[in-house]
Design a protein. Sequence first.
Lengths: 315, 965
Amino acid sequence: MHPALSIVFFTTSSGAGFSLLALLGVGAPLGLLPTSASFGVAALAVAFLLATGGLMSSTLHLGRPERAWRAFSQWRSSWLSREGVFSLLTFVPAAAFGVGWIFFGVTDGVVGLCAIVAAALSITTIYCTGMIYASLKPVRQWHNQWVVPNYLVLGLMSGCLILDFLIRLWAERSSGVALLSLIVVLVSWWMKEQYWGRIDTTSGSSTVASATTLGNRGRVRVFEAPHTEDNYLLKEMGYRVARRHRTRLRHVTRLVGFAFPGLATFLTLMVGGVTGAILAGLGVASAALGLLVERWLFFAEARHTVTLYYGADAV
Amino acid sequence: MNIAELLRDYFSPHEKVDTSPRVSDEIKFTTCYMCACRCGIKVHLKDGGIRYIEGNRDHPINRGVICGKGASGIMQQHSPAKLKKPLLRVGERGTGEFREIEWEEAIDTSVAWLSAIRREDPKKLAFFTGRDQSQALTGYWAAQFGTPNFAAHGGFCSVNMAAAGMYTLGGSFWEFGEPDWALTRFLMMFGVAEDHDSNPIKIALSGLRRRGAKFVSVNPVRTGYSAIADEWIGIRPGTDGLFVLALIHELLKADRIDLEYLVRYTNAAWLVIQAPGAADDGLFVRNETGEPLVLQPSGSLASAMTAEVTARLIGETRLPDGRRAVPVFQLVAERYLDPCYAPDAVAESCGIPASTIRRLAAEMADAAFDEAVEVPVAWTDWAGRRHQTMRGRPVSLHAMRGISAHSNGFQTCRALHLLQLLLGTIDVPGGWRYKSPHPKPCPPGPKPAGRPDQIVPGTPLPGIPLGYPLSPEDLIIDAEGRPVRIDKAFSWDAPLGAHGMMHMVIANAWRGDPYPINTLFMYMANMAWNSAMNSVETMRMLIDKDPSTGDYRIPRIIYSDAYFSEMVAFADLILPDTTYLERWDCISLLDRPIASAEGPADAIRQPILPPDRDVRPFQDVLIELGARLELPGFVTREGAPLYPGGYPDYIVNHERRPGVGPLAGWRGTDGEQAGRGAPNPHQLKRYVQNGCFWNYQLPEDQRYFKHANKAYLETAVAMGLIGSAEPIVLQVYVEPLQRFRLAALGHGSVVAPATHRERLATYFDPLPFWYAPFEEARGEPTSFPLHAVTQRPMQMYHSWHSQNEWLRQILGNNRLFVNRATGRALGLAEEDWAWLSSRLGRIRVPTKLVDGVNPGTVWTWNAVGKRAGAWNLEPGSPEFRKGFLLNHLISELLPPDGGYEFANADPITGQAAWYDLRVRIDRLAPGEPRSVAPSFEIIGGRPASLDPPPKVLRYGQRFKTRMQT
């Protein structure tokens, strides 16, 4: 599939934003976070910006953005619609949580309840994002059990790293979050490897024979594609990334997306203060870059069954 | 837009979608021109533009079906390559540098050039039209000008089939005949590509398959038609004749022959003189009145034209002068029962197992004799005998260029017709039927005009330059036996060159062989590219100058085309034509009509849109030139233009013979006469009212046995289709061929030159035989072990279509298709690049391995590759970068034979032997670039009025925005 930059940015950014919101929603009522209003303002602002920035970015590739809202009506059948619905729903308790925390310094009671609900809705939103892809049968690289967990854990990873960084800016040690970050980075890495292993070792069940239902007559081959030159379908759904290029980008993801943030986080367990904050900040930046590459690959490696009609043997 | 509207756009949950929008303001009917099939179309117009094109459900040809190219006529109209103004060359030929001129100057220039030629030596004008659908006009114009040098593209398309059919049956495959699609039980189709006539064939094949009739496709390539056939016979190119003669061998051996049909309708019983060495050896035995004779069981001779005679098909007789004579059928049986035609003897050569040939012959015979069909309609034959039913043998054949485009195509096609005759399947229910206005008399007429004594400066020829010679006396040669026509048609090189030899014109004119010409005048023929054999050299010939004078060897070239094709760049004066949607046209019974076996029919085109640029219909220009040159037939006695209204005026008012004009419908002053009648001033209006066609249904009792059907023959005479109601006897044995053979043996008043004698004696066999195509027989089969053929895809016909924005999205470049096993043995990858060589040169091409092709054959789509700079396409277009032509490898001449260079053509008709090509594949050397070679210098110039090619050709936006409410 063609990796549209707006979508690559949206999924990574909103994943980070909503997971940060979820972490705040759980951490604040439990008293695990700095209680200062300034921290609340900063942390919630980052979460909101990432989440809404992502949403705004997703409307950029629409032909008629003013009609985007109508997508909300299709929640019964569409994961895209559900994602929209849950993302908006999230903002209701999140707003109450934010007001209570920032203006009244309250993070328990009703405010705490709102925070927990916001956290649950945030996670649900990320789940919906993952399901948008996992529900598409014609795309083998998306229609598998590793996609949703990947979305959840990668979102959580970016949220953790950002939270750890923010906490350090308020000059307190935060070994708890740092430890959590380290664990999540490692789990994310493992999950991504599982996902890659899965798509590399399974082959498509759809073949040109099954697509044309002519398989019972012998080996089916495409004599000529419907078009000799690129068309919309080929550009959008037949996007190909060279094997060598793909391998290199996976290494970039491993190194920049997981290894470096993991190492930085590990080091912050030992050093605090300004050095720790800088290390954590570098971790966030590195992970952001790595996740963008990871997400770009997630699209670029996916092949739609329509490519069977353009000469692909199996998808 | 006010706030309320803006908000409505955001919040109105129920958008009003017009599910049945009005798509057109007006619908106009006309006739398609995207191939030569001429389907009826409905053009939807909206806001003065073409909204879309659909098939006309009432039209007899396509019954509403439309193909990809037919529907894409819109993009033909929107092409950025459309010429906009007359052009006069200013740069060197081939550079495309022109000055735009006014029509007045263009006409004046043409008249100045042409009138000088006509005054001095009219044959110095060579007038050749390509895919011209107005040959009745262009041929007439040439005759009035007085030049014999006229032809359209038939010589490189189908003359083998047309001539073989006309000399055998008085009709032919394709344009002049069709299978009885509704009743046939067994159809064998030879070498039919899908670019042309696809709608009628698709409709017919689907009906045939639904009925459960058997369909066998014989073609080296598994085409789309082959894919839906019951059986695909992947024959080796050029061996179809051998295959068919083996079928005949089997049928003769099994005695599965319709003897009754042969005696009644053919010349199978006519007696042939057997006197080797005599001047009349091999001619028919005739009585004093010239009627051929047959042998009666009593041993006495009788005229074959007597209705009640009983004739013997086998038996020898002694003529009163003591010489031997035998019936034609005896010669047939003797020849084809020879073991050299046995399936086992031909299997290897054809690439078809002997058992398959035997089985197909048996299936054919079973269908013919065990499944005979009977139509319960009484009819009367030519002799007045009444028949209660129409009985037929439901085996039909259909053939096209795969048969035609070989140097043995004439005799191969004759073999196909012989098979039909032996099975008794010509114009019978379930068999193969004549399309009106055929059958014509057989052997055919008229004879070609243009003998030296007929070419007089300032004077018309006494007839049309194309025709059918019946003996050497009819050849267009001078007293020394040299060709008179520039293309050498109707000379000893190609005596039956009934469609001319357009493929030889440029090469001959460049050499000055047989003489130099002054002006080459062409219409709609891309002769500098995909319509030329040896295209690389052809381009050089067009720009070559005589060093002694500094003039081009072909001094002047006038060309008419609607688009900026490759050929435009090589012409001196361009007369820009309209598109087919901007002019009047007639698809006439005098030319190639839309008629079917059910009766005569013709059609017109009407202007759907006015031209939006300074162009004129070529036919209008030709008529104006005729008037300005004061050609008889184009001016009144007083010298005023005879058709001041241009082509529509001519269509309505021209009479070829009294009462017979370009259109046969609604004739007579009241418009009530069919076929023959006085010109009707309202004729075009009547056509337009009827959807632009006229379709006459013959009564039921006239639809079969037309060659011998009294009622039909009388109707045909009354309608002006034929001259007399005499029965048309089908020619198993073609006597005119023997006359040429006798001339080769030194008999007769016109004797063949020594260089040609052996050739004529060999190939002018009055009975069909098979010989290896010349490239195979005379070439180097070991150096060039593969056959190479081309075809056009269903969505493209003319080279125009590979610049059509919609069609070129489907096919923007071509690849060489190689049989998978053959390709693997050569070390080719699934998709690869390779050198393809012939004895003429080599080209570097992209290749692809495929399963559906004869192992010894490679093929590609024709005319997709284009020359950079032409057609106003973007410089990076795939047609330039990845498309290629096989034409670069096909020689127009054969290797010298006894010092004489014959055309690479059929020795009888001069048909271009495109499919005789032999090639070799070589892998690229390491490091060689994977790009098409040779690449040609870009045509740098472009007429000033042509806009640069747009990045995206947008169409339909305006309809879309207007539909939004």
